[in-house]
Structures are given as structure tokens and as C-alpha cells.
Design a protein around this ligand. Structure first.
Ligand SMILES: [Fe+2]
Ligand SMILES: [Fe+2]
Length: 169
């Protein structure tokens, strides 16, 4: 039981810092694209990631854990760097990279939900799976942007996420 709690705290510390990097990367990303609809949607995704970070902070607090400050500093640098790179890397690469990372984020929150169940925190499951569902929407958005792009010959498309309804399964 305590092992699942340790795993959950570690998973949430990772997610907490990952959300920071994602939010800054998306800030650079939406500012770098020209299309108004893309700017709006990616800015909305940035806001989702800040919200996730707050939710994760709350879960960590409830577990008596806290963010890993050195990890957070590293991910701050990663996010800022990725955000800056969006301005020089062209349209495709940030869209592709974002979708691929979002695919991992879905799994990260699904795993966290399993750890929450295993360590006696069923009240956290809904919050974690709701975040997984939002990451699912993010992944789908970026996938739809790049489908049919000629650079997919060089960058193979990642495996599609299973249907959204399977998250609750
Ligand atoms: Fe997120
Ligand atoms: Fe996301």
C-alpha cells in the first residue's frame, strides 16, 4: 500500500514538472503560429496545462508530498527552451512533438489513477482520469493537424491512443 503511495507521489511530481514544461512550450508554440484558430486552440491547451499543474499540486498536498524543486527547475528550462525553439523550427516539428508528448501524458495520468486506487485514494481517481481525458483531446488535436503532412515520411506517426472511453475502463 505504501509502495503505491510512493509511486503515486513520484508520478505526480513528474507530472507537476511536466505540466510546467508543457505550459511554457505551448506559450512559445501558440505565439509562433500564424493561423488565428491554431493560436487560440494552443493557447487554450496552455491554460489546460496550468490548470493541471494546480490540480496536481493539490493532490500532492493531500498525499503529504510536495513538488520536486530540482526537477521543476530542469523542466522550467526545458519548457522555456522548447517554447523558444518553436519560433525557429517551422510549423511541423512543434505540432508533431506536442502530439507525441501528449500521447505519453494520457498514460501518465492513467497510471497515476491505478496507483491512487492501490494506495487507498479512490477520491483522486476521477480528477486523474479527467486530466487523462483532456490530454487525450490534446493528442487528438495535434494528430489531426499533422495528418497527411508530407514530413510524416521522415517522422513516423506515433501509435494512436485507444478510444477516449477506454480511459475510464
Ligand atoms: Fe496536462
Ligand atoms: Fe496536454
Amino acid at each position: 500500500m505504501s509502495d503505491a503511495r510512493t509511486k503515486l507521489i513520484r508520478q505526480l511530481q513528474g507530472a507537476y514538472s511536466g505540466e510546467l514544461a508543457a505550459a511554457f512550450a505551448y506559450r512559445g508554440h501558440w505565439r509562433s503560429v500564424r493561423d488565428a484558430a491554431e493560436r487560440a486552440r494552443i493557447a487554450e491547451i496552455e491554460a489546460d496545462e496550468w490548470h493541471h499543474r494546480e490540480l496536481v499540486a493539490g493532490l500532492l498536498r493531500d498525499l503529504g508530498g510536495k513538488p520536486n524543486r530540482s526537477r521543476d527547475a530542469i523542466f522550467w528550462c526545458i519548457g522555456r527552451t522548447l517554447g523558444a525553439l518553436c519560433h525557429i523550427s517551422g510549423w511541423f516539428v512543434p505540432m508533431y512533438g506536442a502530439g507525441k508528448l501528449e500521447r505519453g501524458n494520457i498514460v501518465e495520468y492513467e497510471e497515476a489513477a491505478v496507483f491512487a486506487r492501490d494506495c487507498g485514494h479512490p477520491e483522486m481517481i476521477d480528477c486523474l482520469l479527467t486530466m487523462a481525458e483532456v490530454e487525450w483531446e490534446h493528442e487528438r488535436y495535434f494528430r489531426e493537424r499533422i495528418i497527411g503532412h508530407k514530413l510524416l515520411r521522415l517522422f513516423p506517426l506515433w501509435d494512436a491512443a485507444p478510444p477516449k472511453t477506454t480511459i475510464r475502463g
